[in-house]
Each structure stands twice: as C-alpha cells, then as structure tokens.
Write a protein that binds this ligand. Structure first.
Ligand SMILES: *Cc1c(COP(=O)(O)O)cnc(C)c1O
Length: 410
C-alpha cells in the first residue's frame, strides 16, 4: 500500500517543504521575536504580537491584510463575521459552489427568522447547484448575477458533500469569470481545511476575502481556539468592525496567553498538514482496495484534508467512525454515537479523540447519518497516527463481521 503511494507522498512532502519555507520567510521578514508571544490583557491596545501575527498571516497568504484572533469561537463564527462585515441590506450573497457547509445555513437564515441571520437583516441569498460532474454551472451563474449581487461565495472543501473540492487554480478561474460578468463583486472563499495543501492560497489568485478556523490547518495543532480572515485591506477592515465594534475594529482584543501557540502552530502547520494529507491518501488507497468508493481517489491531487469514503450502510459508517475514535491518544475509551448537534440538520457521529476539543487537524472523522452513509475523515498530527487510525477502523469493521477480507487483499 505505502509502496504504491510513494509518488503521492513525495509530492505532498514537496508542498510541505515549500510552505514551510514560505512561513519561515514571513516570520523573518516581520522579525518575530520572543516578546511578541507575551500577550496583552484588558483592551489589548498596542499588542505588537497581535499586529505582527496579522502581518505574518497576510504575508503567508499573499493578502493585503489579515485578522487572526482567539476571539473567533469557531470557523462558522469567523465566516459569519466576514460575510456580515461586507454585506449590507439589499445586497445579495450568491454561492456558486452549491449548498454551503451545514452550519452556514443558519447564518444565511430565513427572512424574518428573528435570529439575526443575513436574511433577517435583509441580505438576499441565492445559490447555484453544482453540475452532475461537480463543475460550476456557468450558464446559471451568469443568469443569477444581477445588480444587487455583492458577494460571490465559494466553498473550497467538499464539506459533507460527495463532490470534488475546488483547487486554488479553479478558484482563480472562478474569480476571473465572475469579475468578467460583474467587476465589482467580492469573491469570498470558505477556506476551511484547505490551507497549506497546495503551494498557493485563494488570496494569491485574486480572492477578495477568505476565512478559516485555527483548530483546523493553520493552527498547527497548537492554537487552542480562534479563526482568521484574510483578504483586501478594505474587506478585512469591514470584518474587523463586525468582530469588535464599528470604529474600533482590529485595534483592540487582548490576546491573553494565546500568541505563542498561534505563532508556533502556524510554523508547524505546513508539516502537519502534509502528515494529515498522507493519512488521507493511505485511507483512500486502503478502502479502495477493499472495494469502497472514495473521494478523492487515492492518487488524485489534493486541495484539502478531507477524505470521504462511501460506506452505503449506516452500521459500516458508524463502525468506521468508532474505530477512528478507538485509535486516539485521548478518549479512546469513549464510543461515539450519533447525536443532534447544534447547527446540523441530520444526526451526526463524530470521532474526536483530540487534545483540542473538536480540533480537526488532529485525526478525526465525522458523518451525518444520511444516505449514502459517507464517512469524512481528516487530520492526523502525525502520519503514523492517521495510519493507525485507519487500520483500527478496518479492524473494527472486520471484527464486527461487516466486511470480510479476502486472502488476495491482505
Ligand atoms: C469546519 C468547516 C466550517 C465551519 O467550521 P466550524 O469550526 O465547525 O464552525 C465551515 N466550512 C467548512 C467547509 C468547514 O470544513
């Protein structure tokens, strides 16, 4: 299995190496020093560590500006802040990559839902479903862009959908095409799970605004909470007013004791992302050999951490997720069960034996319990852990009598 994957592994190592250099160069350019890790209290005025961290992120992502904060409670909160920052009543948000990630449905909301969703504030929403082959339905996008269209939404990663993720090159093409139709639209990218899986990030190919979670890729397994927004100076500033208060923006926000882990996590992120991506390739290769369908296929190039495996039956899916949990260093004795998680529309089962609660650069797996029963696994701070997790999951499937390994496969 690993023999066969050597070529793919070498490609992944090459990307990790280049991104590692890119991160170190940004640290050097901004003269990151020990005193930047100290962390402010109270208002957090003149927190040099916070200001430099924003500049380092902007540099690494090839953006004009960035906002990196522990005050973002989750990826959804970060994305919500970015969208509310740039959208105004009467504007429309148009997602061109189909239905966004589950937790964003309530951010978009329904008119008059009383929850303060975008719709509740008079921001219109529309989406164009992806074509059968996972591509963008350009005739429909063209027909859907109108005077009020203000933000084009793009989700890079597959989320909980059986579709391909969008590569950075494809995102660059989306920018070109939508701006050719309407030059003043802003392109927003939900970059969750994408960071450091390729040589470039969406903000390096013309995206105006992107957001992601620090308990995913760029936190490097060390950031204990938080999110980042990066993009044009104007768009990031608009988001900063939403994060704190109009007129105050990025000038305040005590970083407390979070800075060292955010810096060190960013430093480690390219390598750890590489480890996790190798784990995904291993999982795909193994389960494909067992006759399951996977997305992406093991040898396909990657643009995010997520490995989807289609099990077709709920009990297979549940056994797989429970097997991933059983391989964890933390909470391996806990057996996950499906539950109704806030923000999700179906019961969800999650394996998250992690040092950071819900941290999914760490080995984790989750799945909404709905047909066709697809497991989404991601992460692994070390390749050895990801491999151990996949093998433990397989053992659980075999021991439960759910799958039978034929001799030629072993
Ligand atoms: C994880 C994720 C989110 C939301 O992040 P949370 O931290 O779970 O709120 C949004 N979009 C995508 C594609 C994600 O993977």
């Amino acid at each position: 299995m690993e023999e066969k994957a050597q070529g793919a592994f070498r490609r992944i190592d090459g990307i990790a190496e280049r991104n590692q250099w890119k991160v170190i160069e940004a640290f050097k350019r901004h003269q990151v020093s020990d005193f930047h890790f100290a962390g402010s209290t109270g208002y957090g005025y003149n927190d040099r560590g916070r200001e430099i961290l924003d500049l380092v992120y902007a540099d690494v992502f090839g953006a004009e500006a960035a906002l990196v904060r522990p005050h973002f409670a989750s990826g959804t909160h970060t994305i919500s802040c970015a969208l509310f920052g740039v959208l105004r009543p009467g504007d429309e948000l148009l997602y061109v990559t189909g239905r966004p990630y589950d937790t964003l449905h309530k951010v978009i909301g329904k008119p008059g839902d009383g929850k303060g969703s975008l719709r509740d504030w008079g921001v219109a929403y529309n989406e164009v479903a992806l074509l059968q082959d996972g591509g963008i339905d350009w005739p429909s996008v063209e027909a859907s862009i109108h005077e009020g269209t203000r933000v084009i939404g793009v989700q890079r990663s597959r989320g909980y959908d059986w579709r391909a993720s969008f590569t950075v090159a494809e995102i660059g093409e989306i920018v070109q095409r939508v701006k050719a139709i309407k030059p003043d639209v802003l392109v927003f990218v939900d970059n969750c799970y994408g960071e450091f899986t390729e040589l470039l990030e969406p903000t390096e190919v013309g995206v105006d605004l992107m957001a992601g979670s620090l308990i995913k890729n760029p936190g490097g397994g060390l950031a204990e909470t938080g999110g980042y927004i990066a993009g044009s100076r104007a768009a990031v500033e608009a988001a900063s007013y939403r994060l704190t208060a109009p007129g105050i923006g990025a000038e305040v926000g005590a970083m407390l004791g979070t800075l060292r882990s955010m810096y060190q996590g960013l430093f480690l992120a390219p390598h750890l992302v590489g480890q996790a991506v190798k784990g995904s390739v291993f999982a795909a290769a193994l389960f494909e050999q067992l006759g399951f369908e996977s997305k992406p296929r093991w040898q396909e190039p990657r643009t995010d951490l997520i490995q989807a495996v289609r099990f077709g039956q709920a009990d297979h899916l549940i056994a797989f997720v429970q097997g991933i949990q059983a391989a964890a260093a933390v909470d391996a004795h806990v057996v996950p069960e499906p539950w109704d998680m806030p923000g999700y529309e179906n019961p969800v089962i999650m394996a998250a034996g992690t040092f950071i609660q819900g941290g999914s650069l760490e080995l984790s797996a989750d799945a909404p319990i709905r047909e066709p029963y697809i497991a989404y696994m991601q992460g692994g701070l070390t390749y050895a852990h990801a491999k151990y997790g996949v093998l433990t999951a397989l053992r659980r499937l075999v021991e439960s009598g759910l799958i039978v390994i034929k001799p030629h496969m072993s």
